[in-house]
Design a protein around this ligand. Structure first.
Ligand SMILES: Cc1cc2nc3c(=O)[nH]c(=O)nc-3n(C[C@H](O)[C@H](O)[C@H](O)COP(=O)(O)OP(=O)(O)OC[C@H]3O[C@@H](n4cnc5c(N)ncnc54)[C@H](O)[C@@H]3O)c2cc1C
Length: 583
């Protein structure tokens, strides 16, 4: 597909320009009371002002483009849809206890949510002001049109807000409308008795109180994160999931998945693998239910435990679980289906996601080379894993680059580049981060002899010795996967997987190593900042170097190792499930 000079469309004229540095979030006028006024002409229309749409808007504005963003909220928010869970997680950390021994009042949650939203909006506005300064005279502040957008043609869209409609003619469009929770149709969504009892990953923020017994259906990142959150807020939590491991299929190493599930059990979360399907679901009927309580009655202590809870019946075992709240978090669907992509000539959406050319993010279809889909609402990106924020941000840059290759390259010094292997951070308890290959992926690609892996526990570092106390911390680790070969890629770092406090802070550095084809030998020569948990990286590379040497492939011949006990050396160092003794 062509990269589209947009079918001879004129460049956007001066009309409707935001002034340089004008505040992001300023409302562009449409005509009130129905009928749309003359179309606005812009270079770029971004559909959706979430974090990925905001990133596209910012990148295009830095290139001097006139950008309009359609967003129902009327403001750009550079924070993920997951910011809600992050705020609640912080609440649990500040006021709850990891193993559920302290119940947190929900009023505090409202405070945390409001405060975080306010900060995120301000932070987004600050980013745009910084970008305006960096871009200089070329900058045009993006205009935000409040409302839902939908295409009306290959170069036109309608933004429908409350009593306002704005027609926008664009040269390029970027669809960044994100996703919504998938709702299993057989659950009683919308039934009055399920209100205040049945939630999805988007509505859980409206729960209004911490339940006594929460059943979480699903084993993905959102289900796992909320299981930890509600446990920390004081609920009894049972997770029922189809899979045998949490967070399957998102590129996470098995060692990390196993550590997460072990931690869930340690804090008292009941995890039932292979049980994700319900045979029956009975919301609370009559009498007391938590929906009523949330409506303002009494206090949680007045709840007659077990009396009027709803029930779910597990299909696999027939077992009945009682709960005063059910969170069904079984994946997400894209929202691109709601923007009439067919009117722009795009092929139909798949699970609400717009099919794209994975190398450019251009939508597939007839003459659609000027329309791109990025973030949670695209299908076909080569950046993985999908559905996470850093992936969406990388796609934002790929698409902007595809649309404005020459301009972007001319300003390379000012523009962010995306990594080939995208670093990912997932906020469960504590955090997971990873970049590059898993052990299983490396073994599939290179064979078991063509790669190796090693884990270093945080508690093995000097900082870990000082700081970490039982029972938390001893399961937190840094794992690297490396190449073993007779070629120049011997020792190359193929992947890094971290589970532990601050894991998300470590992975950018690791991504740089993976993307620059760095080897363990290079890291062995570095000096980590003392005293930090970052020591794990060097320790892991030292052990990897020993492993590779022990296999006769490293710069040092195998026989140079003390005692030449290669098998013994490797057994001592590699893939242990507990830290080495430090006492
Ligand atoms: C509970 C939870 C936890 C998460 N945790 C993590 C994590 O730990 N790490 C991680 O990397 N990712 C995480 N994610 C995923 C991350 O939040 C998403 O990948 C990211 O928000 C996607 O950004 P986006 O801009 O594509 O979509 P969204 O954030 O969904 O934004 C889309 C925007 O489009 C707007 N919109 C929708 N329809 C229209 C329309 N018709 N016209 C105009 N605008 C429209 C919406 O109002 C919204 O503002 C989590 C997600 C959830 C739900």
């Amino acid at each position: 597909m062509g990269r589209a000079a947009a079918g001879g469309r004129p460049r956007a004229g001066g009309r409707g320009r935001g002034g340089r540095g004008a505040a992001v979030g300023a409302r562009a006028g449409g005509r009130a009371g129905g009928g749309a006024s003359a179309p606005r002409q812009v270079d770029v229309l971004v559909l959706g002002g979430g974090p990925v749409g905001s990133e596209v808007a910012l990148a295009c504005a830095m290139l001097g483009k006139q950008v309009a963003v359609a967003e129902p909220r009327g403001l750009l928010l550079g924070a993920p849809t997951g910011w809600v869970s992050k705020a609640l997680r912080q609440l649990g950390r500040d006021h709850g206890a990891p193993n559920g021994t302290r119940r947190v009042e929900w009023e505090k949650a409202e405070e945390y949510l409001a405060r975080t939203a306010g900060r995120a909006l301000k932070l987004t506005a600050n980013r745009f002001s910084d970008a305006a300064l960096l871009a200089g005279a070329e900058w045009h502040s993006p205009q935000v049109f409040k409302g839902q957008a939908r295409f009306t043609g290959a170069h036109s869209a309608l933004v429908e807000g409350e009593g306002e409609e704005t027609l926008v003619d664009f040269v390029h469009a970027f669809i960044a409308v994100g996703s919504a929770s998938f709702r299993i149709p057989s659950l009683p969504w919308g039934e009055p008795e399920a209100a205040g009892w049945l939630f999805d990953g988007d509505t859980i923020k409206d729960i209004g109180s911490v339940p006594q017994k929460l059943v979480v259906q699903g084993g993905g990142t959102i289900a796992t994160e909320y299981a930890f959150i509600f446990r920390a807020l004081g609920a009894d939590v049972t997770v029922v999931m189809r899979e045998s491991r949490v967070m399957e299929g998102c590129g996470m190493d098995r060692a990390v998945q196993d550590a997460v599930i072990a931690r869930m059990r340690r804090v008292g979360i009941e995890v039932r693998e292979g049980t994700g399907d319900f045979a029956e679901v009975h919301p609370p009927v009559g009498g007391f239910n938590f929906g009523t309580l949330r409506g303002g009655a009494a206090s949680i202590a007045d709840a007659p435990v077990g009396a009027d809870f709803g029930q779910v019946v597990l299909k696999a075992s027939g077992e009945v679980l009682e709960c005063d709240a059910l969170l069904s978090a079984t994946g997400r669907v894209g929202l691109a289906g709601g923007v009439d992509t067919d009117a722009a000539g795009c092929v139909p959406t798949v699970r609400g996601c717009a099919p794209v050319d994975g190398t450019t993010m251009e939508c597939l279809g007839q003459d659609t080379g000027h329309i791109y889909a990025v973030g949670d609402c695209e299908d076909g990106s080569l950046v993985t894993p999908q559905g996470l924020l850093s992936t969406g941000l990388a796609e934002a840059y790929i698409a902007t680059h595809a649309a404005f290759t020459d301009e972007m390259e001319a300003r390379a010094g000012q523009m962010a580049l995306y990594d080939t292997e995208c670093p990912v951070a997932v906020w469960v308890e504590p955090t997971v981060s990873f970049v590059g290959m898993t052990t299983e992926g490396a073994e599939d690609t290179f064979g078991p002899e063509g790669c190796g892996s090693v884990k270093v526990f945080f508690s093995e570092t000097i900082k870990g010795c000082v700081e970490r106390a039982e029972p938390y911390g001893r399961d937190e680790f840094y794992k690297i996967i490396y190449r073993i070969s007779d070629e120049s890629d011997n020792g190359r770092i193929l992947g890094v997987h971290v589970y532990g406090s601050g894991a998300s802070e470590m992975i950018h550095n690791a991504a740089t190593l993976v993307n620059s084809n760095a080897t363990v030998w290079e890291v062995c020569r570095t000096v980590p900042p003392a005293v930090t948990v970052q020591d794990v990286l060097k320790m892991a590379c030292v052990r990897a170097a020993i492993d590779i040497s022990a296999r006769g492939k490293g710069p040092r011949p195998a026989q140079a190792l003390a005692g030449d006990a290669t098998a013994e050396v490797r057994a001592k160092l590699l893939n242990r499930n507990a830290p080495r003794q430090t006492e």
